[in-house]
Design a protein around this ligand. Sequence first.
Ligand code: 13P
Ligand code: SF4
Length: 348
Amino acid sequence: MNAFAKQANDPIEAEALRLLRLLLHVECSTGHQWNIETCRQIAPLTLEINRLKQEKNAVILTHSYVEPEIIYGVGDFKGDSYYLADQAKQAKADVIVFAGVVFMAETAKILSPEAQVVVPDRNSGCSLADSINGEDVRNLKVLYPDAAVVCYINCTAEVKAESDVCVTSSNVYNIIATLPQKRIVFVPDRLMADNIRKELANRGVDKEIISSDGTCVVHEEFTAAQIAEARKTFPGLKIVAHPECTPDVAELADFLGSTGEMMKYVKSTAAPYYLMLTECGLVSRLAVEDPDKNFIGGCRLCPYMKMNTLLKIRDALANPQPDQVITLEAGLSKRASHCIERMFELAD
Ligand code: 13P
Ligand code: SF4
């Protein structure tokens, strides 16, 4: 039987071909390219998840750092943390599966309290979110009573509940610039705070930024020496970095922005090579959506984002365990929602 006849008769074969068309240029977790065999192996699972989504009136939100077979195989929305928060707010679904990390799912629950929000793996934390708690923020407020408290979205609901406004890497500079307070307590990313100080000074915005001490385990590892070496080897190379990187790295990058902005930059420029100083998932997304671009090595894996798997998503949808379901105390959720809603107001 030829491939087309087989496809017409066999839904698994049709699904495997759909997946192969999408994943053709992406490395799979074995380190090899996807092929028809590997796609056949996951096709029953993606079919089952897509059927469960319909049965349960569910949507799957996928951060760009999760595995591409999740993003393209079963995801309904894909993007950076601001975009996904916005989608969670607008979602009409009964169930939201958040394939990302727990703080993102908490944000979705705060914005869509009526929906059941589930995470594939409860241990999918974040080194930034885990670096600070509500009490730490209350102590900072005692020390700096005149400051506005700005939290990066990579923090827990408890920290959001103590903050005046939330920001993401796509809106942080504009939002801080519009705040009336000169003094800003920024939590939890120390390196992003350094980058904010620099960018606001470049824009002529006079703010004093006080930060806590969190860092991202992925982005803090990129170095200026790595950039210098790569530029020597690949003339014309564009360096694209996330603002969670060190100020040294940020300074040397050709472009600095959120994961969504980094993707737009690569898609809209023509360069012989790109070095993406961020999580590897972004390179996989670009391999699908802009397959003619060349990426040199350098990206790193986020251990938390990579805890998401198709199997865990299927289980979270079919029969969520108590630890997969996000629950937040109503008062805390309401207080946390103020700072996220303020972000939407100021970002628009
Ligand atoms: P984005 O807001 O750019 O998606 O970043 C989230 C994140 O966790 C980066 O490490
Ligand atoms: Fe957190 Fe860094 Fe992973 Fe983003 S990449 S989720 S900031 S640990």
